[in-house]
Design a protein around this ligand. Structure first.
Ligand SMILES: C[S@@+](CC[C@H](N)C(=O)[O-])C[C@H]1O[C@@H](n2cnc3c(N)ncnc32)[C@H](O)[C@@H]1O
Length: 309
């Protein structure tokens, strides 16, 4: 795979998104022999167990592949993770280039895809418009990119009448507090789409098929992370009282809101499928770029239509 480096600002410390992706990758590769970085697709008849996660993730890659419109031959996989979806698409005869701003993930992509396609090691925001594609793919990466920027830049990379596939979760108004961040507001996405040179070809709500992943995350947190946390706290508070008590006092006074938030998000049991379904919608959107005539008729003032008739 040809490697390109573009305007990637070197970061001394990885941000929390990058750390989360690395942990998911290390955990998945070691325990489950999978290196996908998405929620997977859970059909109703697949039991929600950790052992079935690799199967659900294969089903998701297949779901994405089947959503690619006929006639597409070149794809830009934006935020390609470990390159697994790209590998599946290459195996199905598509020409695929990848965008990856993560040095850690890019290393995995390079090993996996070799010289098949170009790997752009930068964010979508800083990607130079040097090639055009029939289809842009955002699989669980759309949420990381500013909406105005993404809609403004997509046409730069598309052949006329090209497609965009977005598979990701979005925020919806729901009662109570969401235990997880992330996702663009769905209503805002629809507004931006309506004002863009794209129209909707297909929309599918797959929240029910993706939320089971959160059940597994919650089980892992409750059965592994919480007991380990409690053990560590017990050990530290018994053995090192002279550090522990001032540390606790400091935390209570200066970091209380942050610690409460972390506790709610990760240890309270609220990061679960029900909470996800209340606050998020996981959707597949297939968009098509308007033709010049369509764009002209959308932008045409209504009085001109009256004059023409
Ligand atoms: C949850 S992973 C999804 C990976 C992969 N698409 C999949 O379906 O398994 C999110 C991906 O988005 C990438 N990403 C985050 N911010 C990005 C940006 N601004 N531009 C392009 N990719 C980005 C991350 O590096 C990572 O590869």
């Amino acid at each position: 795979m040809t490697h390109r480096h573009f305007a990637l600002k070197p970061r001394r410390n990885p941000n929390s998104q990058e750390i989360g992706l690395r942990i998911a990758n290390i955990f998945g590769r070691y325990f489950l022999k999978t290196d996908h970085l998405h929620y997977g697709y859970w059909p109703g008849d697949l039991p929600v167990t950790l052992e079935n996660l690799p199967k659900a993730q294969e089903l998701y890659a297949d779901f994405l592949r089947r959503s690619i419109p006929e006639g597409v031959s070149s794809i830009l996989d934006i935020g390609c993770g470990t390159g697994h979806n790209a590998e599946v698409l290459l195996g199905n005869g598509y020409r695929v280039d990848c965008v990856s701003p993560s040095a850690y993930l890019s290393e995995i992509v390079r090993k996996k895809l070799g010289d098949r396609g170009t790997l752009y090691e930068c964010t979508f925001e800083s990607l130079p418009p040097e090639r055009k594609y029939d289809c842009l793919l955002f699989s669980e990466s759309f949420q990381y990119i500013d909406l105005d920027t993404v809609f403004a830049r997509m046409p730069e990379f598309l052949n006329p009448g090209g497609y965009v596939i977005i598979s990701d979760f979005f925020r919806i108004p729901g009662e109570g507090t969401s235990a997880m961040g992330g996702g663009h507001r769905l209503s805002r996405f629809r507004e931006k789409l309506a004002a863009s040179p794209f129209h909707l070809l297909r929309e599918e709500d797959i929240t029910e098929n993706t939320a089971p992943n959160l059940q597994l995350v919650n089980e892992a947190l409750q059965q592994v992370a919480v007991p380990i946390r409690d053990l560590v706290i017990d050990e530290l508070s018994n053995r090192h009282r002279w550090i522990w008590l001032p540390g606790k006092w400091f935390g209570k006074f200066f970091l209380r809101r942050k610690l409460d938030k972390l506790d709610y998000k990760y240890f309270s049991g609220s990061r679960n499928a029900e909470n996800f379904k209340t606050h998020k919608r996981y959707c597949l959107f297939v968009l098509k770029q308007n033709s010049l005539e369509e764009t002209a008729s959308i932008n045409r003032p209504a009085e001109l239509d009256g004059a023409a008739s």
